[in-house]
Design a protein around this ligand. Sequence first.
Ligand code: SF4
Ligand code: SF4
Length: 372
Amino acid sequence: MTSADPSPARPWALLAELTHACPLHCGYCSNPLELTRRSHELTTDQWTDVMRQAGELGVVHTHLSGGEPLLRRDLEQIVTAAEAAGIYTQLVTSGVGLDQARLDALASAGLRSVQLSVQHADPRASDRIGGRRSFAEKERAAQLVRAVGLPLGLNVVLHRENLDAIDTIVELGVSWGADRVELANVQFYGWGLLNRAALLPTREQLAGARDAVERWRKRLNTGPELVWVVPDYFDGVAKPCMGGWGAVSLTVTPDGTVLPCPAAAALPGLDPPNIRDRPLDWIWEHSAAFTRYRGTDWMADPCRSCARRDEDFGGCRCQAYALTGDAARTDPACRFSPDHGVIRVPADEGADATAPVRRRVPGRSEGAATWV
Ligand code: SF4
Ligand code: SF4
């Protein structure tokens, strides 16, 4: 598809960021530094209508995410709306606040699966990274999910503090009965970019972690499935971000802004559309936010003349903007990018063990960024 195509393919995936509020305050959080206030969040009726419109547009899968989506007291109603629209729902949660009654209500509403974040296999390290005592609640949440019979995935964001613990993390996934363990090397957006100096691993750590994943893949005959999300800072290879800009997926943020990816609000000139003002199909087909970088016509060299342009779509527009000031440049993660040095140099230098981790203040998950 090129940007000249009159009818873009329909999206199949919706990331529904129901709230930015969260009981945890991980230093790698990809939420924006300017968090949406709770008073500005979409109402139950508005989320219900988002699900209806998304189903009509072709969406078949939604991640109910945040922040912590369990903080929405109407989460069951939102799940019901998604189910009515024919959309498969996956809850993306820290596990904090998931008790038996809540899970039963969500399962009754039609929830199909749960993805639980874990920061480390060691409880004290997990609590330290998440900035709150929460490991025991995660363990309990995993037990509940298994008992109710829903598929369980663990999501572990990997960085300097936990990359050496792959063995115990996989063992944790096995003992908790996970169907899937997603080992996601940290992506540097939002708070993650702010804390990059503290989070960057060494190349040796990454190589060791990769070897450990390969060993476990050979050893595990039955589940969990191990997913290794590539560390684009270190591979010299741009990731096919969101499966292409405005190609398969859309994000609705807590205040109703609709974007091709969660980090895109920061890009200049997109005039981010809002579901309160425009229908979803118009936003998908006609808004500047979705058409600006759709397809390949917007590309300049080296992407324009590159054989991989239909595979990685030139990488991530938000990373290009964050690191070069120009969203239309080749993602600096790519070794062919003239800006590759802005990534290679910090990747070669590795983490600064003395760098402070700046966090969202616990319990103050709205309003302007504050760090401690
Ligand atoms: S603070 Fe942690 S648990 Fe909360 S949204 Fe951010 S990454 Fe997820
Ligand atoms: S030059 Fe562009 S299209 Fe080619 S590999 Fe790099 S990011 Fe991908």
